[in-house]
Design a protein around this ligand. Structure first.
Ligand code: NCD
Length: 363
């Protein structure tokens, strides 16, 4: 099966990742070769949530490839503020662009957009769900700085419940052999169930803990994240969780000499500025790698569809997704769709937000 869109990094076989990575490395070394590679092409950035790195790196990537960019970063400037639904916005933008990058506050929105677009769609973050191009950035950083993507102990820390970059990266790193996870968060911000179930199904070692000091010394990669204020139901709930983990030089002394510190950014207070000068801090390099790998992704997507990892059958079911943050509960014309999990036939999952249900519930 072929796919045209980048909604979830895990739709791609690893051979496609290898191709993207080597292309990004070539772009980095021989950028002059690529200055006209996208001449005559237009990329649209449809950002309904704030962004610095993702939006500007996509725009910069397209401009550096000789293409042009249109878009908005503020829904107030578009017909969405007049009540236009996602379907119509996407159908319209498809007439004006060759490639569409979307960031949206609801889970599954990029998937929904891809169902109505005539051009390839890239998910630049769908609510607290996934952020596959940040994962491309993270993998590039680890591959360059560590020289491998397997046999690593990866610590993830902060808001593991709402952090979409965390979800995408866990899914991706679980595809490479012998990786282990130490998931460090307060009890109310642990990773969603569907991810720990996936790790269990694959027999991957993981620990869930709230202890940073006791675990930082075991890590090859330390992936820090901010507490995602905008995803909390109330300010009070956010206030209770903010500032729980702060990486500072004292904690860095407990870490290995060759541990890498990654962060998708923006940071709030979870890494002190003193850590920036530590050679193990790679987060600004990471932001820079994001440019090259997005250049590779744009080029690749404009050249035709990817081979898809697997094609799971749609399940016919009476289920309706109950996740209030799922796009289907806001854009009501969207068809409810669920897929089966090959390795666990007792489960179905929503194709938009991945919330899982026992198969028996839909019968
Ligand atoms: C992240 C995002 O938007 O999910 N940032 C990014 O894209 N580099 C992380 C965050 O907002 O905390």
């Amino acid at each position: 099966m072929k796919i045209r869109d980048m909604i979830d990094f895990n739709d791609l076989p690893l051979a496609e990742w290898d191709r993207l990575f080597f292309m990004a490395m070539d772009i980095m070394k021989n950028s002059e070769k690529y200055i006209d590679a996208c001449k005559g092409k237009i990329l649209a950035t449809l950002f309904l949530e704030p962004s610095t790195r993702t939006m500007f790196s996509f725009q910069s990537a397209m401009l550096r490839l000789g293409g042009k960019v249109i878009g908005f970063s503020e829904p107030g400037n578009s017909s969405i503020s007049k009540g236009e639904d996602l379907q119509d916005t996407i159908k319209t933008l498809s007439c004006y662009t060759d490639l569409l990058v979307i960031r949206h506050p609801l889970e599954g929105a990029a998937k929904a957009a891809s169902m109505f677009a005539d051009v390839p769609v890239i998910n630049a973050g769908d609510g607290g769900h996934l952020h596959p191009t940040q994962t491309l950035t993270d993998l590039t950083t680890i591959a360059v700085e560590k020289g491998r993507l397997d046999n690593l102990t990866i610590g993830m820390c902060g808001d593991l419940k709402n952090g979409r970059t965390v979800h995408s990266l866990i899914k991706a790193m679980a595809k490479f052999p012998d990786n282990r996870f130490i998931l460090i968060s307060p009890p109310n911000l642990m990773v969603p169930d569907y991810l720990t179930k996936m790790l269990k199904r694959k027999g991957i070692t993981y620990v869930e803990t709230n202890d940073l000091e006791g675990n930082i010394g075991k890590l090859d990669i330390f992936y820090m994240t901010r507490i995602q204020r905008e995803r909390f139901a109330s300010v009070r709930e956010y206030e209770q969780s903010k500032g729980v983990y702060i990486l500072d030089p004292e904690k860095m002394r407990l870490a290995r000499e060759d541990m890498l510190v990654l962060h998708p950014l923006p940071r709030v207070d979870e890494i002190t500025h003193e850590v920036d000068n530590d050679p193990r801090a790679k987060y600004f390099k990471q932001a820079q790698f994001g440019l090259y790998i997005r250049m590779a992704l744009i080029l690749r997507m404009l050249s035709g569809p990817f081979d898809a990892e697997e094609d799971r059958e749609f399940a016919s079911t009476k289920l309706s997704c109950s996740n209030p943050k799922c796009i289907t509960n806001h854009e009501h014309y969207l068809p409810q769709r669920f897929k089966g999990i090959k390795t666990d036939p007792s489960l179905l999952y929503c194709i938009y937000c991945e919330k899982q249900y026992p198969k028996s519930e839909g019968e």
